[in-house]
Design a protein around this ligand. Structure first.
Ligand code: LLP
Length: 463
């Protein structure tokens, strides 16, 4: 992203601060459909609406900060993934992006499966009626208790992540008198083009078993020998917020290469491969994500081609999108508390949430967009930094944003594309209460995760 020269007119610091921004948008009131969910629009007097309800009403009824999730948009995206991959593939929604019982029911209704990575996510999935056989259980250090619970529940697959876990799951399954369907997660040695903390296919990291040096082949050897396991496939997840398909191509090529080696060594053709999640979404107008049907076409073609050249029958493919399903479906609504102009430096807009409801900016230097949503404004654009209310200067929500120069306390502003990894990574830092998630659809809004209360906080404090 580029940094432009100071455009004439805007009210902001005389010296342009360092940052990621281009020129202010031509119209600050315009809503880029790339970053806002499907039903978002503005009324004639400039108030943003979602699912037919305006944000002033939503703020009055549910308070701020709050996440508003566009249910129609969520369902449409889930369906688009399902349809794109068709009946010869499976789509596992990655629950870590955002999980609640309502979401589990929507996924079930829309024909998606679910990837969980902890006992808590498994409990949520089961309690909302997701059939166990449609659940995949992930994680690099599942506890014995978690594994036992997953096997007992009858989850469709456990994705094995280490040599110890191969033995652990086999023992538990045998003890419970069953054979557990498993995949082995491998690292294919791809450097995904994304933030270091969310890249997961290079070898020097905690996930998976490296293909390099024959470790993955050895894991397969061991798994095939154990009675408690039914090895159904190989899994690869290369990272998250990725736009470039070439990493997936290399991953598919290497996974199929391993399937071929397995066939040659053991005479077994494993029936499934999982290529993980990781597809990027638009956080700002500069991002250009791929559509599910393009992704499905590209992945299916690569796998089919690679299998043909290895003379293998094409395995059933599965994918695990999280962010690409839920990310664009929600925005966070905040109320502006203060606008502080530091002459010659920067303007800080403080809102009533912050790093406790969106840690992504602090953690990954993530870029977001933001708009004034309780009214329209013709004021000149003001370059500013949107910050939270926490006792920490890294508490930044949007690092560099253009908002109208007449922004004032009491205005509502919204940050789009906060459906993924915001509520699910929310914290109680400074004993700030985690915001609710409100689903909006067809003129109705309902809380699907309620706002935390001081009683909730104090209930855990038993000293
Ligand atoms: N499958 C596996 C095995 C994963 O580890 C993940 C994400 C996914 C699927 C879903 O990836 P997605 O489609 O959502 O990119 N907190 C970070 C992202 C961490 C992703 C962890 N694993 C963030 O906020 O960007």
């Amino acid at each position: 992203m580029s940094r432009s020269a100071h455009p004439a007119g805007p009210r902001h610091a005389d010296v342009l601060p360092e940052g990621h921004y281009s020129a202010p948008p031509a119209d600050l009131n315009a809503l880029d459909p790339k970053v806002w969910s499907e039903t978002v629009t503005r009324t004639d007097d400039g108030v943003l609406t979602v699912g037919g309800i305006d944000v002033k009403r939503l703020a009055e009824e549910f308070g701020t900060p709050a996440y508003f999730l566009d249910e129609d948009d969520f369902r449409a995206r889930a369906r688009a993934w399902r349809t794109a991959f068709g009946n010869d593939a499976d789509v596992f929604y990655a629950g870590k992006a955002f999980l609640s019982r309502a979401v589990v029911r929507w996924l079930h209704e829309e024909g998606l499966n679910l990837d969980v990575c902890s006992g808590g996510e498994l409990a949520t999935a089961l309690s909302a009626g997701m059939p166990a056989e449609r659940i995949a259980f992930h994680g690099n250090n599942k506890s014995v208790g978690e594994i036992r619970r997953a096997v007992e529940a009858g989850v469709g697959r456990i994705v094995l992540d280490s040599f110890q876990e191969i033995v652990r799951v086999a023992h538990i399954a045998q003890e419970l008198g069953t054979r557990q369907r498993v995949q082995i997660r491998i690292t294919v040695g791809v450097e995904a083009h994304t933030h270091e903390f969310i890249a997961t296919a290079h070898e020097d990291q905690k996930f998976g078993i490296p293909l390099a040096g024959g470790q993955a082949a050895e894991a397969v050897r061991r798994a095939l020998k154990l009675d408690g396991l039914e090895l159904i496939g190989i899994h690869s997840h290369i990272g998250s917020q990725i736009f470039d398909m070439s990493g997936f191509e290399v991953a598919a090529h290497r996974v199929v290469g391993l399937l071929k080696d397995i066939r040659d060594e053991h005479g077994v053709e494993l029936p499934e491969i999982d290529l993980g999640g990781g597809l990027g979404i638009a956080y700002t107008s500069d991002d250009d994500p791929r559509e599910p049907h393009e992704i499905a076409k590209a992945l299916t073609e690569i796998v089919t081609r690679e299998c043909e050249s290895a003379r293998l029958s094409t395995p059933r493919i599965s994918v695990e999108p999280g962010r690409a399903v839920v990310g664009p479906t929600a925005f966070t609504l905040y109320e502006v508390g203060t606008v502080k102009q530091l002459d010659g430096l920067r303007t800080y807009v403080s809102v009533d949430g912050g790093m406790s409801d969106n840690i992504r900016t602090a953690l990954y230097d993530a870029q977001y967009s933001v708009s004034l949503v309780s009214r329209s404004s013709d004021a000149e654009p003001m370059l500013c930094r949107v910050v939270g209310k926490h006792c920490e200067s890294g508490d930044i929500v949007v690092k560099d944003a253009f908002l109208p120069g007449d922004l004032a306390p009491g205005d509502l502003i919204a940050v789009p594309a906060t459906g993924a990894y915001c509520r699910s990574m929310a914290s109680n830092y400074n004993h700030v209460l985690r915001p609710p998630v409100v689903a909006v659809r067809g003129g109705e809004a309902r809380v699907i995760v309620r706002r935390e209360t001081e009683e909730d906080l104090l209930r855990l404090d038993v000293g």
